[in-house]
Design a protein around this ligand. Structure first.
Ligand code: PMP
Length: 396
């Protein structure tokens, strides 16, 4: 029965990790894989997470199921983080949180919910977007459309984006990256979010806001601007929040699908359906990551420690962005790559071609995704000048 099944190539990013590990170049630099790195090239466990885990081990009394919506403590802690402590949406009790296995799990819940409850509706994704979006939504049986996001000069093409979104038929879903757009790093300004809001309202679209990097751009509150604006101004919004990056708990699979509805009654109706969606997918989400997040956010002391560590990570990335552009100055390339300092989050679209990316790998041991996406967190004080020199060599 399995004879017809063909082998497919593995995930190109995983292939990149493999090639990087095998590379004997002592100067090799990994700008490929999408996890945060510190100056030593490691992905550390945050101190607040370690402390929360110690408390959990000590105080946990049961491993019984936590229910399809997950740990209520997690929901209570994450909703204000995403929507704001003084959120009118929370005051009106019109937002529901369903803990999910990572941001990916939350997206899949959203996709299944859309397929079942908005039958025949499709979802429009930015082009480019996180590659898994496509497989995930198509896999869930949704029709997928695209709107342009980056122009040929490697700039955010907001007019083209909005022209395309204006063409989406009413009642369909548009996916928006809340901040730290993956893969481009180009984010929307407050004014641009306002335009998105106006068009979404005018066209009667349902926004699905993918919020995978809260705190990695300009700050926990600043990064939430667009998500909060839409949630406060619209009757209906879906938000998928991931705790993988901002708590550094990638493998604990911790995320949340937030469903904002017109009023409490409709929110409770949607919530009851989401319990079924979750149950039919995986029954209950894994508990550990949600418990870590709740433990941290419920404790003033741990929350302050976590925020300080998150600030450190964000400042490191944004500092590297500026320093890298400065390191390109002597080669006359600071202007060409100025966008790297303006982009936000871990990723940058560098504008390098697949050929240039290949030369960086073969001649300099610098590993990036073929699209020209670089993980800025893979840079460090030690390799910055080397990478700048290599960029100059392939750009000449
Ligand atoms: N959305 C985007 C845009 C992402 O970049 C990622 C992770 N790379 C996710 C969602 C999923 O995150 P998680 O690891 O929490 O499933």
């Amino acid at each position: 029965m399995f004879e017809h099944i063909k082998r497919v190539p593995g995930d190109p990013i995983l292939g990149l990790i493999d090639a990087f590990n095998k590379d004997t170049n002592p100067n090799k630099v990994d700008l490929g894989v999408g996890v945060y790195r510190d100056d030593h090239g490691t992905t550390p466990i945050m101190r607040a997470v370690k402390e929360a885990e110690a408390l959990l081990v000590k105080n946990e009394t049961t491993k019984a199921y936590i229910g399809s919506h997950g740990d209520p403590r997690f929901g209570k802690a994450v909703l204000p983080m995403v929507l704001g402590d003084d959120s009118p949406v929370l005051a009106a009790n019109r937002a529901s949180g369903t803990q999910a296995p990572g941001g990916t799990g939350a997206l899949r819940l959203a996709a299944d919910f859309i397929r079942v409850h908005l039958p025949g509706k499709g979802i429009w994704l930015s082009d480019p977007t996180w590659p898994n979006h496509l497989g995930l939504f198509e896999g869930a049986g949704l029709k997928v459309g695209k709107y342009p996001y980056v122009d040929a000069e490697n700039r955010l093409d907001f007019p083209a984006m909005m022209d395309a979104i204006r063409q989406i038929p009413a009642g369909n879903v548009v996916l928006l990256h809340a901040c730290c757009h993956n893969p481009s790093g180009f984010d929307l300004s407050a004014e641009q979010w306002q335009t998105v809001l106006d068009v979404v309202r005018e066209r009667d679209l349902l926004p699905l806001v993918d919020f995978a990097y809260q705190g990695f751009g300009d700050g926990l509150e600043e990064d939430a601007y667009g998500a909060r604006l839409l949630a406060e101004q619209l009757d209906e919004v879906l938000i998928t929040s991931s705790c993988s990056k901002n708590f550094g708990i990638y493998r604990e699979r911790t995320g949340c699908l937030i469903a904002v509805a017109k009023d409490t009654e409709q929110m409770e109706n949607v919530r009851s359906q989401l319990a079924i969606t979750a149950r039919e997918n995986y029954s209950n989400p894994p508990a550990h990551g949600g418990a870590i997040v709740a433990e941290i956010l419920e404790s003033a002391e741990l929350a302050a420690m976590w925020r300080a560590e998150l600030t450190e990570m964000r400042d490191r990335i944004n500092g590297l962005r500026r320093d890298f552009v400065e390191a390109l100055q002597p080669f006359g390339l600071a202007e060409k790559f100025a966008c790297i300092a303006e982009q936000r989050g871990m990723f940058s679209y560098t504008g390098l071609s697949p050929e240039q990316v290949e030369t960086l790998r073969s001649e300099f041991g610098i590993y990036m995704v073929k699209s020209g996406r670089a993980n800025v967190a893979g840079l460090s004080r030690d390799n910055l000048a080397y990478v700048a020199k290599a960029f100059a060599a392939v750009s000449s």
